[in-house]
Ligand binder design. Structure first.
Ligand code: SF4
Ligand code: SF4
Length: 379
């Protein structure tokens, strides 16, 4: 079951009402655990208007519902790219989380604050063992609160991909490094299965289109949604993004095979909306090499089917973030701090693009890739 409630703005009373209704429609989920972790998407220290992060009013409204239901302790947290670890104060200030926690008793913090622990999910396929946040693993109740966004590698990021942020840096790099079409989505499902949240809420009031999850444009979508099933919620999100066949997205088809459904639209009961109400007009998807290129061809096609990163000297601030995040060490810094990309080593994961704070690490798409995108894009 997925509940969808229209929500036209981030005005406090409007969001509070929408979140409450979405939770009520979602069924009798008990919200009164002694302690709850709200796993938000706080990818980077970004202003809420950029739609990079879960909006603070959604987090505030959910926290209020938890307290009303008798929950004693609410923590709002995420584990952004490790480059932002030393910017903890800035992360929570810029995303508006610190501000909303001034007038409600919720606390906030990094998911890395108690370190990471080794896990071996029994059904893991690609990452047989990996390290994931101890805060996440030890929380009695976890609610994932994702943001509707495109993603240049996985087409979309929502409920399932949101948990990827709880893994440690090495795990994330291992997930990004191999050059096959299915490795990353399989690894995302591995991480998700380590601690499946008890409830999922989607902030789709404003989403991100184009070059998500960091450098796209904010786009009004107009919904708050909730479900106890992350895949069902991601299915609904992808319909909002204009996909008529969400299982043409590799992440969702892989999750559908490995998790306990849903396997088709008829398995999802929609509450509060009709399917035809959901698609957002003119929503621009991300160019996604992973979705476009068959696994067998991906290695061979590497030189012609490309989304290559290039840095823009005019907007680069020589921060070195791209050097640190590259999972295959394809970027070195000159003595003056300018990044130099070795495109022969690059596996086109686009982590450097995702994490660049100024958008200076741009992406160029080859002609063949553009063509493939037109004829083989997810439906
Ligand atoms: S390209 Fe971006 S991430 Fe890399 S050094 Fe320049 S500003 Fe920093
Ligand atoms: S250069 Fe950028 S896109 Fe290429 S592998 Fe490194 S982080 Fe990924």
């Amino acid at each position: 079951m997925v509940s969808c409630v229209p929500c036209g703005s981030y005005e406090r009373a409007t969001v509070q009402e929408a979140v409450r209704e979405a939770l009520q429609l979602c069924g009798s989920f008990p919200l009164n655990a002694s302690s709850t972790l709200i796993k938000a998407n706080l990818l980077s220290p970004s202003d809420p208007s950029r739609a990079v992060t879960t909006h603070p009013e959604i987090l505030r409204a959910l926290s209020m519902e938890l307290f009303r239901a008798g929950c004693q302790d609410v923590m709002i947290g995420d584990n952004p790219g490790y480059i932002f670890r030393h910017q903890e104060e800035e992360l929570f200030r810029k995303t508006g989380v610190a501000e909303i926690c001034k007038d409600i008793p919720a606390r906030f913090g990094l998911l890395s604050s108690r370190g990471f622990e080794e896990v071996r999910p029994p059904k893991a396929q690609k990452l047989r063992s990996f390290r994931i946040s101890s805060v996440l693993m030890q929380s009695p109740q976890v609610i994932g609160v994702s943001k509707l966004k495109t993603h240049v590698e996985t087409a979309m990021t929502g409920a399932i991909k949101n948990l990827f942020g709880a893994a440690d840096t090495d795990t994330r790099k291992r997930a990004h490094a191999p050059r096959t079409r299915t490795f990353l989505p399989e690894a995302i499902v591995d991480i998700f299965s380590a601690r499946v949240p008890d409830l999922f809420v989607l902030d789709a009031v404003e989403g991100m289109e184009g070059f998500g999850p960091s450098h796209g444009r904010a786009k009004k979508v107009g919904w708050v949604a909730a479900s106890t099933n992350g895949l069902a919620l991601d299915y609904v999100q992808s319909v909002m993004m204009g996909f008529s066949d969400p299982f043409s997205i590799p992440l969702l088809s892989i999750a559908s095979k490995r998790l306990e459904g849903p396997g088709k639209r008829e398995d999802i009961e929609l509450k509060g909306a009709r399917w035809e109400d959901l698609p957002c007009k003119g929503f621009e998807r991300a160019p996604s090499i992973v979705s476009n290129v068959p696994s067998l061809l991906r290695g061979a096609a590497h030189h012609v089917v490309t989304l290559k990163p290039y840095f823009n000297r005019d907007t680069c601030i020589r921060c070195g973030v791209c050097v640190k995040v590259c999972p295959v060490n394809a970027i070195q810094a000159t003595p003056g701090g300018w990044p130099v990309i070795d495109h022969r080593r690059c596996v086109q994961c686009l982590c450097c693009h995702e994490m660049c704070p100024t958008g200076a690490m741009e992406v160029r798409e080859s002609l063949v890739s553009k063509l493939l995108r037109k004829i083989r894009r997810p439906r």
